[in-house]
Design a protein around this ligand. Structure first.
Ligand code: NAD
Length: 438
């Protein structure tokens, strides 16, 4: 999908669901554009001596419910509009899980695998220098996303602290544990997705032992959700990375797959260069073919827009759990619904990441370090509560699980915005003389 379309697509879905859910049009209007977007050009001295310039973005989409929060993506296809779409989804996601954040996002247009570790460090520190007045523990708190990781967050936190001449670990989450990161953050997105799938399976009386799963994108989120599902007996029959997919009807051992991917990496930097395609005893497929496999559960865990009008009619899975952000385009929602395929939406399924990021921020601000058990227990409570709120709405009157999750989020945002007075208050009563009314 073209970049313009990602944001347009996100807005058209928001407007449609908002209308159907009876959300105040003023609230939807408030969510139709970002509060602020900063674009910067980051000069990076390359190892060869020349200087390259990288375009970077940071978007604070909506902060009605708290400081904006969202990852930083390093990818050659990053655009301002993609960052805006991701930031809008973050706004909804934080509201779905009921944490006191608004939505933000960032990105750099770069193919990070071509950079050396020192070039990558200079780029990351340059990003923070460009954004240092735009982000902050009380305003906008970045985190990792595609092709960024804990080490990069550590560099950025250090750069922010150098600029502001103070320790401020709460400026960024997903840091290394030694620099104030939280236990459990690395697995949080996958674990959150696993908790959602587990609760859904309970509600639908699905048997894990009879459930065949395909995972597109065997990165941080994809690996952890596959690992946890396999522990419960789910059969992981397909997995992929950017280079292609593998399929085995017998199923893969997720830990071996993970180990293989790590072992084949060249230790040239902080990125995994290995490919799951290098494993033996499997059938090779393209990423597109993986999506259309005859499986029970399909987990897109890579990039947005992979399921669209063109292939939605060929999806055979009965359930799709959106671990990636925006993997299903708005036009495909209706096709999948008509075909009775349940889509568990990104704003719920992958919210475990931002939830544990929130825990990290809370710990940093309080000077505490929770145990892994405490983090996992709190995450489970948050995810279960969010799932139940979505499910209650879904079973009530709403057409799709996505509309149910959006309904929960939009009503929470509506409540916050209305606390300052709504249209009826200003036009009907409060605008006249005679005091503030009730
Ligand atoms: P990651 O960089 O760890 O992994 C991404 C994976 O996707 C890699 O295995 C990569 O090879 C693969 N990939 C890249 N392009 C692909 C393509 N065209 N087809 C198939 N696979 C491809 O990233 P991640 O953190 O696991 O993020 C994955 C998705 O989850 C993204 O949509 C991200 O926004 C979303 N997400 C991540 C987090 C988090 O905390 N990491 C939180 C919420 C949502």
């Amino acid at each position: 999908m073209a970049a313009t379309d990602v944001f347009d697509d996100a807005l058209s879905r928001l407007e449609r669901i908002g209308r159907e859910a009876g959300i105040d049009p003023d609230v939807i209007a408030a969510l139709c554009q970002p509060k602020a977007v900063l674009t910067a050009s980051i000069p990076v001295r390359m190892d060869a001596g020349n200087t390259r310039y990288f375009t970077a973005y940071r978007c604070r989409y909506n902060d009605a419910r708290g400081p904006t929060k969202g990852g930083i993506r390093y990818h050659p296809d990053v655009t301002r509009l993609e960052v805006q779409a991701l930031a809008l989804w973050m706004t909804l996601k934080c509201a779905v899980v009921g944490i006191p954040y608004g939505g933000g996002k960032g990105g750099v247009v770069v193919e990070p695998k071509t950079l050396t570790p020192m070039e990558l460090e200079r780029l990351s520190r340059g990003y923070m220098r460009a954004m240092a007045d735009f982000v902050g523990p009380e305003t906008d708190v970045p985190a990792p996303d595609v092709y960024t990781n804990a080490r990069i967050m550590g560099w950025m936190a250090d750069e922010y602290e150098t600029i502001h001449r103070c320790k401020a670990p709460a400026v960024i989450t997903g840091k290394p544990i030694a620099l104030g990161g939280s236990l459990g953050r690395d697995e949080a997105t996958g674990r959150g997705a696993y908790l959602v799938i587990r609760r859904y399976a309970e509600r639908r009386a699905l048997d894990p032992l009879r459930t065949r799963v395909a995972v597109q994108g065997f990165g941080n989120a994809g690996y952890h959700v596959a690992r946890l599902l396999q522990k419960d007996g789910y059969r992981i029959v397909a997995a992929s990375d950017s280079k292609g997919a593998i399929y085995s009807e017998k199923g893969f051992d997720v830990e071996s797959l993970h180990q293989q991917k790590n072992e084949t990496q060249k230790l040239e930097g902080v990125y995994c260069h290995g490919s799951v395609c290098e494993l033996v005893q499997h059938q090779r497929l393209s990423n597109e073919e993986l999506l259309e496999l005859d499986v029970d559960l399909l987990i897109p865990a890579a990039l947005e827009g992979v399921i669209h009008e063109g292939n939605a009619g060929r999806i055979q899975a009965r359930t799709i759990a959106e671990v990636a952000n925006g993997p299903v385009e708005a036009a495909a929602d209706e096709v999948l619904r008509e075909r009775d395929i349940t889509v568990l939406p990104d704003v719920l399924v992958n919210a475990g990441g931002v939830t544990v990021s929130y825990f990290e921020w809370v710990q940093n601000r309080q000077g505490l370090a929770w145990t892994l058990e405490e983090v996992r227990g709190r995450l489970e409570a948050v995810m279960n509560e969010a799932f139940d709120a979505m499910w209650e709405e879904f079973e009530g009157h709403v057409r799709t699980a996505r509309a149910a999750a959006y309904g929960v989020a939009l009503r929470r945002i509506e409540e916050t915005l209305r606390a300052g007075g709504d249209r009826a208050y200003f036009a009907g009563h409060g605008g006249g003389r005679g005091g503030p009314g009730r």
